[in-house]
Ligand binder design. Structure first.
Ligand code: ADP
Ligand code: MG
Length: 287
């Protein structure tokens, strides 16, 4: 019988049309090599006549299902590393294997293509389009891959439901609290079913309760859906919600340790009093 083409064949998206974004079974992937393998990576920025040696031979592996915090003082090389892992920049020397493909030698266009398919980004400042609804913001990465309208809509809704915003599809960013905006950004990072989510200071603009709420979303996605996450943070207590902490110093990895018993954002939220009603939060109708 003639089989309907999946969206992969039409548009190069890695998600099959109609398939749940992160359905049962997405956790139980066969164990292969590391998703991310950085091997002796150097990065030298040239500023006029001056060379800035930002990374001095970093080697780092991240496996499927990990939840890693990247820490270290300002200027230690965290963002440089994240930019390389996210295919936004290339190492000066060394090799980067993303799911066994050596991406350190690809052209800019090839890198952009890999980035659109395989990397989900979350930023400190949310980076949502302001006059655009939550749903449309989340649809955006699929537009770049040419995913068809109905499929875009279905996946965007599913991703927003996954982060607890199924009832906010039509809200504009300025009708959402900071934590809700960051959850829209997380949904946007999820929709192309990336290999890894990279978050650079995702709680940097949020108050402490909202930060725990965002960490709860990350922990849920990692625990229930096996999503691999690497997150840069300055805050040691935020790193305690992850499963592994990698500390950078002067362009080198100074420490790399599993977190013995990660904090549970869910348990901590359950113990906190409910949040005070704010102008944009009409979820607490029973107060
Ligand atoms: P972190 O994110 O840990 O604060 P970065 O990776 O941004 O550190 O920076 C590492 C070093 O590289 C710093 O000395 C910084 O000044 C330098 N650097 C980062 N980006 C650039 C750039 N685009 N051009 C020149 N130097 C840079
Ligand atoms: Mg930085």
């Amino acid at each position: 019988m003639f089989e309907a083409k999946t969206i992969n064949e039409f548009a190069g998206s890695d998600v099959a049309a109609g398939a749940p974004l992160f359905g049962v079974g997405s956790v139980a992937q066969p164990e292969t090599g590391p998703l991310i393998s950085l091997s002796h990576i150097h990065k030298v920025y040239r500023m006029g006549d001056v060379d800035i040696h930002a990374l001095h031979g970093i080697s780092l592996e991240i496996h499927r299902g990990e939840f890693v915090a990247i820490m270290g003082s300002s200027g230690s090389g965290k963002s440089t590393t994240m930019n390389i892992v996210g295919c936004l920049d290339k190492p000066t020397r060394g090799h980067y294997f993303l799911e066994d493909q050596d991406v350190s030698t690809l052209s800019k266009d090839e890198l952009a293509d890999i980035r659109n398919r395989k990397i989900g980004f979350v930023f400190q400042g949310f980076n949502l389009l302001s006059r655009t609804s939550a749903l449309e913001n989340v649809e955006l990465p699929m537009l770049y891959l040419g995913v068809k309208t109905a499929e875009r809509l279905r996946r965007a809704k599913e991703a927003l439901e996954l982060v607890g915003l199924g009832d906010r599809l039509d809200n504009m960013p300025n009708q959402l609290s900071g934590g809700q905006q960051q959850r829209v950004a997380i949904a946007r990072a999820l929709v192309n079913q990336p290999t890894i989510i990279l978050a650079d200071e995702p709680t940097g603009n949020l108050d402490s309760r909202t930060s725990v709420e965002v960490m709860d979303v990350f922990q849920y996605l990692n625990r229930e859906h096996g999503i691999t996450i690497a997150l840069v943070t300055h805050e040691p207590d935020i790193a305690e919600y992850t499963k592994r902490v990698v500390v950078f110093k002067d362009g080198r990895i100074k420490r790399d340790q599993q977190v013995a018993s990660p904090r549970s954002a869910r348990e901590e939220l359950d113990k906190l009093p409910p949040p005070g009603a704010d102008a944009f939060d009409d979820e607490d109708e029973d107060e």
